[in-house]
Write a protein that binds this ligand. Structure first.
Ligand code: ATP
Ligand code: MG
Length: 548
């Protein structure tokens, strides 16, 4: 292999991991514009930004997103976070290695010393918070301590019975010492609602004026098959409204139902305002109500659905057949061409909602109309988890192929409680920022202002000093300036300015410096004008105001 090939090989070794990508300028300017608009619009609706960690315990997502969902069961980046604690490992090894000689005289005391040392090492690290013991480890550790206590209280006799007990306890202790794992399973977040709810509980946000309105932006991680609009690291923009319910509040009273409907509609109004501001065209809002988890409402409907599907299961694909048992609602989600005809004959949930859910859904639609938000009803819009209730919605946008959902959302009144918090209502959404950006680009709304305002073409020592001053003054006035580090012939400088998309070239040579008149060339027209130094910035400012 030649040197050059070897070098090329080596360079090729490092590539962004499948499903992840670099976002580069000029595209990042568009990302910034989108996120800027998020801040502007969401704050006008009274939302504040929350930043939650990129990783959390796996348990949190398993609980909140659902252990049986695709996201948790196969798409999460989970790993054991194992602390590197050499003193603790030495203490562990001491116990393990002594074991075979345990019955030999004199070794018993040493064994007890080592075990007690191991136990106190753990206590030390727990106190110092270097480790925390996940549930299983805690129970293993409890066992070690119990057995050790039993061992110490054995009578100091050498009879057969006591010896057997001693051997037995020792054996158990050694096994548990060997098995004890301090690491904790943590996962890169596949979504952020779980974290926001965790934070609501952890920071006792119930004490704040309710509802608490939060938004976030940032990367999420799911091990999916990468394709257009589907990545393994992707970005979401989301918002959540959380409202702790006081004990005296009558659940599902007309007043509460109507208030919830207003909150739902306002969240959707904010979303559509944002899409509008950011320039997304052709967005369609779909809404549905999935009722609530009760016999006279969703549960009854699900049974009906199951019965219908069971009549001719062979007409369904493999996945849907499985879902007849596990989660018949998800069958409605199916995009399989072969299943569409049968799905079209299934009963609609709207005809099986309880009175409260019906009232709430009617109120949401009225509130949307009041706000001039256009929507389409889609009875097949569902969420797979029990605590999702009533309002669900999705927004699609053009230019995205089959990955055309740019936003999904819904009401999740049971979630905070499920995570160990107080009774709390919730509604939120998550926008897929990658897809939003793609759609903006496809529709030609992805342009952001690019290129430098001014390229400074200078020649000569004296001109260079003036160029540095000009660059500083222009930059502090907010212009984007390119000051080349080496002297170039004017022709070359001007072609460089063109390549960088500069609007103006400021030409500084000996003449300009001696006359104190600076030449400004408008690159699009080729026009040239001379300005005294102080007037230059004023002129550029005026031009900028005209064009923006
Ligand atoms: P889909 O049906 O497209 O897989 P989803 O139901 O998994 O979406 P949610 O979990 O509701 O999506 O997330 C909200 C939004 O996040 C989606 O509407 C989509 O725009 C975006 N999104 C979800 N997964 C990805 C991904 N892997 N890559 C890019 N965007 C994604
Ligand atoms: Mg998905």
């Amino acid at each position: 292999m030649s040197d050059a090939t070897a070098k090329k090989e080596q360079r090729r070794k490092f590539q962004a991991i499948r499903g992840t990508r670099d976002l580069l300028p000029p595209e990042t300017a568009l990302w910034n514009r989108v996120e800027q608009t998020v801040h502007e619009v969401f704050t006008t609706f009274g939302f504040g930004e929350i930043r939650v960690p990129i990783f959390e315990t796996t348990d949190l997502f398993a609980r909140a997103v659902g252990g049986e969902t695709d996201i948790v069961s196969k798409e999460m980046y989970a790993f054991l976070d194992q602390p590197d604690l050499s003193d603790l490992e030495n203490a562990r090894n001491a116990v393990k290695e002594l074991n075979p000689g345990i019955t030999a005289a004199g070794k018993q005391e040493l064994f007890e010393l080592y075990v007690s040392n191991f136990i106190s090492e753990i206590h030390k690290h727990v106190t110092a918070q270097d480790i925390n013991l996940p549930r299983r480890a805690q129970s293993d550790f409890d066992t070690i301590q119990d057995r050790f206590r039993d061992l110490l209280t054995l009578p100091d006799t050498k009879d057969e019975d006591t010896n057997n007990k001693r051997r037995h306890l020792t054996f158990e202790i050694v096994i548990k010492v060997d098995l004890l794992r301090f690491g904790e399973s943590i996962s890169l977040r596949p979504e952020a609602t779980a974290s926001v709810c965790r934070a609501y509980i952890e920071h006792n946000m119930l004490q704040l004026p309710q509802p608490v309105k939060l938004f976030y932006t940032g990367p999420m991680f799911r091990r999916e098959r990468p394709q257009k609009g589907r990545y393994r690291q992707f970005y979401q923009i989301g918002a959540e409204v959380l409202e702790g319910t006081r004990p005296e509040v009558v659940k599902d009273s007309p007043k509460e139902l109507s208030k919830d409907a207003v909150i739902d509609a306002e969240v959707i109004e904010m979303l559509m305002t944002f899409f509008d501001k950011v320039g997304l065209q052709g967005a369609t809002l779909y809404i549905n109500s999935i009722g609530h988890n009760a016999e006279n409402c969703r549960r009854g409907y699900v049974e009906l659905l199951r019965a219908e599907l069971q009549k001719e299961p062979e007409r369904l694909g493999e996945d849907s057949q499985r879902r007849i048992d596990t989660n018949p609602l998800r069958v409605l989600d199916s995009k399989l061409e072969s299943e569409q005809a049968i799905i079209a004959t299934l009963p609609h949930i709207a005809d099986h909602l309880c009175d409260e859910c019906k009232t709430h859904y009617a109120a949401v639609k009225r509130q949307l109309e009041l706000r001039g938000v256009l929507y389409q009803e889609n009875w097949r819009l569902v969420r797979g988890l029990d605590y999702y209730m009533r309002t669900t919605f999705e927004i699609t946008a053009p230019g995205l192929g089959s990955q055309n959902a740019v936003c999904g959302g819904g009401r999740y009144d049971g979630l905070v409680e499920l995570l160990g918090g107080p009774p709390t209502k919730g509604i939120g959404f998550a926008i897929g920022e990658d897809r939003l950006i793609l759609s903006l680009q496809e529709s030609g709304k992805g342009q952001t202002q690019q290129g430098r305002d001014v390229y400074i073409a200078w020649m000569g020592e004296r001109a260079y000093a003036a160029a540095i001053r000009a660059a500083r003054d222009l930059r502090s006035a907010g212009f984007s300036v390119e000051l080349p580090p080496v002297e170039q012939k004017f022709g070359k400088a001007l072609s460089q300015a063109d390549k960088l998309g500069a609007k103006y070239a400021l030409i500084l040579g000996d003449n300009e410096v001696s006359e104190a008149l600076w030449t400004l060339k408008t690159l699009s027209t080729g026009e040239q004008e001379k300005f005294p130094e102080p007037e230059l910035i004023d002129f550029l400012r005026q031009q900028k105001n005209v064009s923006s």
